[in-house]
Write a protein that binds this ligand. Structure first.
Ligand SMILES: [Zn+2]
Ligand SMILES: [Zn+2]
Length: 216
């Protein structure tokens, strides 16, 4: 489809959506589709953990190592979002996981984790206007270990998925997509989340929506 945007707004007030879920739920493949489906005002951020671990950030299997890695991921995520907010070009920022995911991977109690990075749970939940959670398939349903950064077994992945579900549980607007759903349904749920947050000025190029052409 044509994703050239006719929006002439020089700035937008970006709204953030977090796409999350346990390992192997198909997040990366969904994001590849989303990236090609909207105009340039829908920005898909890279995953902070992948930036760090593919860049050689050490993975120590100690409490200090795990907590330090989660603080580093938080800080990278915070800056990725901040740059996009300050640039004001994007209307929707789709985040490959959000800051709250760190709690699921940390063994520190919730409040002490947030204190260690200078924030609190409510402030972190309220970064995102909506959450899309793709559930991790159980082993037999084809848990995918092809991602080189992934180290979990299918069982560990299922536990992480449940933890991720739990840490976001107080968010007021979540779409939870069952592992049994098809890839197309996962894509559609994510497309719909983005569409519903797109401002009017950018909607003429939202996929599967009639053209409104009432750009400011
Ligand atoms: Zn646009
Ligand atoms: Zn626009």
């Amino acid at each position: 489809m044509n994703t050239e945007c006719e929006c002439r707004q020089l700035i937008h007030t970006p709204r953030r959506i977090a796409l999350t879920g346990g390992p192997g739920a198909g997040k990366t493949a969904v994001l590849d589709v989303i990236r090609r489906s909207f105009c340039r005002h829908v920005l898909v951020l890279p995953e902070a953990a992948s930036i760090l671990f593919q860049g050689g950030f050490p993975r120590h299997d100690t409490a200090a190592g795990r907590e330090g890695a989660q603080r580093a991921i938080f800080r990278v995520q915070d800056e990725l979002e901040r740059i996009a907010l300050e640039e004001q070009e994007a209307a929707v920022i789709l985040c490959d996981r959000g800051t709250v995911d760190g709690l699921a991977y940390s063994s520190a109690p919730r409040d002490s984790f947030w204190t260690s990075v200078g924030t609190n749970h409510q402030a972190e939940l309220s970064r995102y206007v909506a959450i899309v959670h793709l559930r991790t398939p159980a082993g037999a349903q084809g848990y995918d270990r092809s991602n080189p950064v992934r180290r979990e077994s299918a069982q560990e992945a299922a536990i992480l998925d449940a933890r991720v579900l739990d840490v976001w549980s107080e968010h007021p607007k979540r779409s939870i997509i069952a592992a049994e759903e098809s890839f197309a349904q996962k894509v559609e749920a994510t497309l719909e989340a983005v569409r519903s947050e797109l401002p009017r000025c950018c909607r003429s190029h939202a996929p599967d929506r009639p053209s409104t052409r009432d750009c400011a």
